[in-house]
Write a protein that binds this ligand. Sequence first.
Ligand SMILES: [Zn+2]
Length: 169
Amino acid sequence: MCSRSAGMANSTERPPRKPYAEQPWKCLLCGKKAARWSDDPLAFEIHGRTYAAEGFVHEHCDACGEDTVDAEQMDAVQRVVTDAARGDLGRLSSDEIHQLRHDLGLTQAELESQLGVGSGTVGRWERGTVLQGATADRLMRVLWAHPELLPELGYVAREGRGPYRTRRG
Ligand SMILES: [Zn+2]
């Protein structure tokens, strides 16, 4: 999971994007009139490594250093950094998770149930906004290679669904 070092704001609480001509404006964090638009790379720390998301215009405060990303851009920013971390850490990509889930014939909720993770988690992995942990990553790899193990986790194939059902004939 990304550290949230770049401050995030709820879109419903944020005013419309300010004109460049009004820079600098008052920083919401420190209160100093030192906030401006910036397209400098945003730094995120994941498992002790720093990853940069480049090309995202965001608010930056020259006084306190706070970076604030618009809520509507946050998914895209998170996807960039988690994709980079996935590559570094050798984790399944978001596309691979989507593919293995389909290969196993599971809905997102069913895969969550098998892995013992919370509701909505698999959707966030597949959208690429959240990085799956090492344990879940390895378990998914095992299941992808050995779908016959699904019943060990309590999965009961439904009629006509999934390769496990097909394999049994
Ligand atoms: Zn500030």
